[in-house]
Design a protein around this ligand. Structure first.
Ligand SMILES: [Zn+2]
Length: 126
């Protein structure tokens, strides 16, 4: 397994190569967690990998550090450009679909609830 330090995202598994954001060298604990996580991926992209990404436990820590290190935010990009080649980031796409679906459900749920409240007859106070 080859590890290469890059200046974008958090960690990626591309075949038998692992890309890690060089900023993570400043956070040894998080670096080791990300490295272990990437080692847990398969070389391709399968349902197993998406499940593996959903189990990533340091999301909040990373999100907090993104304020200081905005390059982490590239991990949510649906594509990665590495060595002049475009790689699809399937997990990010799944996350976006889940996020947008939850957002739409909340908006529709709220507007349905509001129209239901408005359709109720006004009762006098007892
Ligand atoms: Zn992953």
């Amino acid at each position: 397994m080859k590890i290469e330090y890059v200046n974008f995202g958090i960690g990626y598994r591309l075949g038998n190569k692992i890309l890690i954001n060089k900023v993570l060298k400043k956070y040894p604990e998080l670096h080791d967690y990300v490295l272990q996580h990437e080692l847990g991926h398969t070389e391709g992209m399968s349902i197993k990998d998406i499940k593996h990404d959903l189990s990533f436990k340091n999301q909040l820590k990373i999100l907090g550090l993104s304020i200081r290190h905005p390059s982490f935010l590239w991990s949510s990009s649906p594509i990665i450009i590495y060595n002049k080649k475009i790689h699809i980031n399937l997990s990010a796409i799944i996350f976006w679909i889940i996020g947008i679906t939850i957002g739409l459900l909340l908006v529709y749920g709220a507007s349905y609830y509001i129209s239901w409240i408005e359709s109720q007859p006004i009762k006098a106070w007892p």
